[in-house]
Ligand binder design. Structure first.
Ligand SMILES: Nc1nc2c(c(=O)[nH]1)N[C@H]1C(S)=C(S)[C@@H](COP(=O)(O)O)O[C@H]1N2
Ligand SMILES: [Mo]
Length: 333
């Protein structure tokens, strides 16, 4: 459950929320045993200083437990973090509507408990895992990554998650497994964008990776960001983050992971195969049919003085280059 508590700087929540709602929230908060207050967590001091504007939220006990042993990144190189405010209000999450502000508005009360993930296909140990059993063996790590959307804007986000490779090893891919297919939640009752007849997407949202890409140490499953549990609009409760690929590969709200022999058909490929390829590696030299990819707007960015920076091949993550040796990146865009 995601409940935003008033931060010390904001006005008392009871002033702005109808009393009935406020009281029922208070009751819920009282029942949640693991309040993830970042204060006092080992190693979290630096993190907290960096996370201006991140309010305190209640989190389920399994997440609060994991936070106490999380490995916090102490530096982000010389890159400035995107403020939480921007990263959690400017989103693409079509299940909650087509506009950038829709997910933050529509996913506030997105209920993600209980949540389970089915793992099937070419694995020796298929099964359905509750979110906490899925995460239980894995230590949370903070990973500060650039996120480059195919629409030519980017952010720098401190995720909390664990390598996807660790999970895949647990379920033991068979010798036939070549690809990983990811499926997001389909539930029109909870996701208003899925109720619209005008959506481009044939639900559920599907993404995929080659198995070696999925096993790469940079590829993570995230359950949190900015030292807290993932907000609904950012893909609660479980999302993929593949930092060298365009943002649409980083599928949110995952309910199914399938190891396959064949390359899966992914949502954006189905919608517009000329515009969005399976690989979707960030590449300044390969333009989108309707716009250039050589530069990006690093958010926050003013409308009149956009904060433009050059886009880098593989979003600057050169260590993945060996995955694509001998592959024509123009053809395999
Ligand atoms: N299930 C799902 N996952 C999704 C999307 C979506 O619409 N649905 N949008 C993608 C796109 S286009 C981007 S740029 C990133 C945005 O992630 P963020 O909102 O956390 O920055 O999520 C990706 N994951
Ligand atoms: Mo995107």
């Amino acid at each position: 459950m995601l409940i935003k508590l008033p931060s010390s700087s904001s006005s008392c929540e009871s002033e702005v929320t109808p009393e009935s709602v406020y009281l029922s929230r208070r009751a819920l908060i009282g029942r949640a045993t693991g309040l993830a207050l970042m204060v006092g967590l080992p190693g979290a001091g630096d993190a907290r200083a960096r996370y201006a504007g991140v309010g305190q939220v209640a989190s389920p006990p399994w997440f609060a437990d994991k936070l106490t042993s999380a490995q916090w990144a102490r530096s982000s190189g010389n890159e400035v973090l995107t403020p939480f405010e921007d990263a959690s209000s400017y989103n693409n999450f079509f299940e909650f509507g087509p506009e950038k502000g829709d997910p933050a508005r529509q996913a506030v009360d997105f209920e993600v408990e209980p949540w389970s993930v089915a793992i099937d296909g070419e694995v020796a140990r298929p099964g359905r895992y509750s979110l906490d059993t899925l995460c239980q063996p894995h230590r949370l790590e903070e990973r500060i990554y650039r996120l480059r959307c195919v629409e030519a804007w980017s952010m720098v986000i401190p995720w909390l998650g664990f390598p996807l490779s660790e999970l895949l090893r647990r379920v033991e891919p068979t010798g036939q497994a070549q690809y990983v297919r990811f499926e997001a939640l389909y539930d029109p009752r909870r996701m208003v964008g899925q109720r619209s007849g005008f959506s481009l997407i044939d639900w559920p949202y599907v993404e995929g990776l080659r198995l070696d890409e999925a096993m790469h140490p940079l590829t993570i499953l995230a359950v949190g960001m900015y030292g807290r549990i993932l907000p609904g609009q950012n893909g609660a409760p479980l999302r993929l983050v593949v930092p060298w690929k365009y943002g649409f590969k980083s599928i949110k709200s995952i309910v199914r992971i399938t190891l396959t022999r064949e390359q899966p058909k992914t949502s954006w490929q189905i919608i517009a195969p000329e515009d969005y390829g399976f690989y979707a590696n960030v590449n300044p030299a390969v333009d989108h049919p309707r716009w250039r990819q050589a530069r990006e707007r690093r958010l926050p960015s003013g409308l009149f003085r956009p904060n433009l920076i050059p886009t880098r091949l593989f979003n600057g993550y050169d260590e993945v280059a060996s995955l694509y040796e001998g592959l024509d990146l123009r053809k395999n865009y």
